[in-house]
Design a protein around this ligand. Structure first.
Ligand SMILES: Nc1ncnc2c1ncn2[C@@H]1O[C@H](COP(=O)(O)OP(=O)(O)O)[C@@H](O)[C@H]1O
Ligand SMILES: [Mg+2]
Length: 298
């Protein structure tokens, strides 16, 4: 399928500018790095129209939104979506999760129309754990609900607790202030990862955290993705923090508003095995400056 959005790469500034103006069809940087596409895209949003009914008039959020998230063989994907408040980022995640249907258009997940039954897990900015259950019970629950034995569920939950850095907090209630904001987000991430989902949605998950906690959470996410014993899901991540997006992502989709659409895609070509110390690097900051300028120009 032809894409009607543009692809940019920071080291091809002129081309990026031209692309974002003329909406060329996609050109793929990862191909030249030796990656190949999977046969089926992970996500296709096709000709999406979203109209929200208002009291006085209707609000057209999307007129013809198209978004493809490609599958790269043998490679976990981390995709960030950025754009001004109100451009439709959370609405897109709600389509993918199945929480909302567009007014018109198709939502395909691995090439199939989304069925009502499947839910794709989402981590929100607000804590989404069950406050009347312990940390351990919260994290084991998705496996128990899938019919996994009690013993295996709790063993895996203990592993996840270690991976997300909650050792020693297993038997606390998963609620504030018994756990801090950062710890509650760790519970949410562990709960959502334990059943090895193919796709994980994260809507400004660290938006409410202080800077130090936020950096710690970024470190935890990178640790999870660098851990070869865990399957890598495709993560679709919404953030307003450009450095966070660059640090974590393979690709960043930058949106424009009125109507909401994908304006530019930036491939982030940073080495594997990333670490938060990269945030100080010149290379990362070049990307940050580029995206900052781009977003200001939209
Ligand atoms: N259920 C709704 N009814 C009416 N307007 C809505 C509804 N949901 C979202 N909107 C509007 O659609 C726009 C996009 O919302 P959203 O997807 O949450 O944007 P973002 O996450 O990019 O900030 C906003 O202007 C918001 O007010
Ligand atoms: Mg939002």
């Amino acid at each position: 399928m032809e894409n009607d959005y543009s692809t940019a790469n920071i080291f091809k500034n002129e081309e990026a500018e031209r692309n974002s103006k003329t909406e060329l069809s996609e050109s793929i940087r990862f191909d030249s790095a030796g990656y190949t596409y999977g046969k089926v895209d992970i996500i296709n949003l096709q000709h999406i129209v979203q109209i929200y009914k208002g009291k006085k008039s209707d609000f057209v959020l999307f007129e013809d939104l198209n978004l493809d998230i490609k599958d790269f063989e043998n490679m976990g994907q981390f995709v960030s979506i950025m754009g001004a408040s109100g451009c439709g980022k959370s609405t897109i995640l709600r389509y993918i999760s199945g929480l909302q249907q567009p007014t018109q258009g198709k939502v395909l997940i691995y090439g199939k129309e989304k069925s009502e039954k499947e839910t794709i897990p989402m981590v929100f900015q607000q804590y989404s754990s069950l406050p009347w259950k312990t940390v351990l019970d919260n994290i084991a629950l998705p496996l128990l609900m899938k019919g996994v034995s009690k013993q295996e569920s709790y063993e895996k939950a203990q592993d996840m607790i270690r991976i997300v850095g909650l050792t020693g907090h297993e038997h606390k209630w998963a609620k504030y202030p018994l756990l801090s904001g950062g710890q509650l987000q760790r519970v949410a991430i562990a709960r959502n990862l334990i059943a090895s989902p193919q796709i994980l949605l994260m809507d400004e998950p660290f938006g409410a955290l202080d800077i130090t906690t936020r950096t710690n959470m970024q470190h935890t996410l990178l640790t999870i993705f660098n851990d070869d014993t865990l399957p890598d899901p495709t993560v679709i991540f919404v953030t307003h923090d450009i450095a966070e997006a660059v640090l974590l992502s393979n690709r960043i989709y930058i949106m424009a508003a009125n109507p909401g659409r994908i304006h530019t895609i930036v491939d982030i070509d940073l080495p594997k095995g990333r670490d938060v110390s990269l945030k100080k690097s010149e290379r990362l900051n070049e990307y940050v400056n580029y995206i900052d300028e781009l977003m200001n120009s939209i």
